[in-house]
Design a protein around this ligand. Sequence first.
Ligand SMILES: Cc1cc2nc3c(=O)[nH]c(=O)nc-3n(C[C@H](O)[C@H](O)[C@H](O)COP(=O)(O)O)c2cc1C
Length: 281
Amino acid sequence: MASEAVARSIKAELFERFGEDFAVDPELAGLDGLEKIAGHRSHRRYLSRPVEPDLLRLLCACALSAPSKSDLQQCDIVVVGDMAVRKAIVATIPDMPWIMDAPVFLVFAANGARLPFMCKMHDKPFPNDHLDQFFNAAVDAGIVLATFLRAAAAVGLGCCPISAIRDQAQTVSDLLNMPPRVIPVAGLTVGWPAEAGEITPRLSLSTTVVENTYGSAKAADEIAAYDRRRAASRPYRRQRNAGRWGEVPFYGWSEDKARQYAEPTRMDFGSFVRRKGFCVD
Ligand SMILES: Cc1cc2nc3c(=O)[nH]c(=O)nc-3n(C[C@H](O)[C@H](O)[C@H](O)COP(=O)(O)O)c2cc1C
């Protein structure tokens, strides 16, 4: 695509996402990469075309080229090629058939085991066993996951992260034979997209980009404005848990998220993390 066309495409994608205009200089280097990022969408339907092992290996290498806190390299990628294991993981999650359908299923793990192991190797104490260690490993895993998404998009693959594997984290950890201090952060389905997918609108930048210090933002107004903008292009097809909360005339994003988080989920995740040997104090 000529650079003017790519610039136009980025503007259109960001308008759809944020409902605002952004200046995009057609002379800017790297517009093609930016276009892929601006046009991000999760893909949950895939062609039966396989993802070649060499390509998967290349994408893992690109993802693991991401920056890492103190160069500690605390993220592992588990390639779940064994369909029996994948089936057992899917069995812990209702209603997400795309995990079975995807040509590739990965699990991004936070590995907090290597660092204390290296301290032992070198006969050193490890006095830093506290929440920050857990946080560092989890953040590293998130960054590697995000970098994998970008790498996959660059070659035309589609992905969907799956945090639902943490619904029964202990079972998934056991199925993947994760050692102490290694926990699943998110799964990822990967494949050649069967459909273009849709851009999901996001909160306005005036809500999520803070200039210097947090002011007295009008959270309710901003969220309500986003609810309306999002409902205009991506209305919800059904109202979550209408049995408990009833049907409301206007059902927006914030109502949906409030309903989602009105139900207890992953209440035992903290105890799972502690059982796995992380200190989170
Ligand atoms: C850490 C993480 C976990 C996610 N877990 C799930 C999941 O379990 N199931 C699912 O269908 N989508 C999951 N998603 C995808 C989100 O639902 C999706 O990113 C969000 O709805 C916005 O849509 P978009 O990615 O197309 O912009 C996850 C995304 C992230 C970043």
